[in-house]
Design a protein around this ligand. Sequence first.
Ligand code: MG
Length: 339
Amino acid sequence: MKLSFTPHTLYFKRPFKIAHGVRTSTPIVIVELEHEGLIGYGEASMPPYLGESHESVLAFLKNVSSLIEKYKDPFEIDTILKEIDSFAPDNSAAKASIDIALHDLIGKLQNKPCWQLFDADKNNTPFTTYTLGMDEPEVVKQKIEDGNEFKILKVKLNGDNDKAIISNIRSITNKPVAIDVNQGWKTKEEALMMIEWLADKNVLFVEQALAKNNLDDARWLFERSPLPLYADESIQRYNGIDKVKDCFHGINIKLMKCTGMHEAHKMIKRARELNLKVLIGCMSETSCAISAAAQLSPFSDFSDLDGALLIKNNLFDGITFTEGKITLNDMPGIGVTMK
Ligand code: MG
């Protein structure tokens, strides 16, 4: 197998306001893994707050390329991924790019879509949430109109003007809303007060209300919250699930946090054993990484896979949405073509 990779920058259609600040672009790296004339595509997306960058991903891929090239084919995926994971700690997005390319290649060699390889029910996909970000009322109104076909809205809150943001949305639409606080509420009491206020406003769940390491307060909130609570920043990888199992109702699994599809699938199974709900999320990504995550979406309770819809320069065609519902295709692998 031969590995090659190229850095790109994705640009948002609109500047994206979240608790970490305003962003207009995201660095990504596209990976191509070649074997017997077929190419498996993979992607690393590196939002700045996660600590990876073009430099770190390119360096990691350069370092592991000879290691990957010594394998005859991608079917030794378990061994390959284990070896790559133990090569260096962290580098989750870089690792995910290889994992996705391996899955794409395996699917293409067997002429089967990955959802079939994972034994997922193609028709059981969820609606994706559609992200509004944090904006001025008139921008939010425009974004709601842009996302008219989507059935669930995702709203970012951070403790400033939260009630005004929700009241504004509720004056425009009564669609169900998922809330993402991105660790923005300062105390457990503030969080509980807000969740109680939100409870009769058609809110589906609240994601990452408190600081990621503050599990004692997360547990306190979990015992009292009238709405389901999901962990995002508090959970990265498989071995972190048991630590958060008594602090949240569910977990947000993202390929870029957990090193890819292989581990995400393991996490879903473990979450089910622990009676945890599963949300499959994404970063700002092209349809490459989004389509990879979508292969697992039939196993989720909710999916938050609108990342490719918010960018100007999507480099791939992949899975689509039908009135907001994730629509998997029958193409082999992760179901993408490069534009
Ligand atoms: Mg989140």
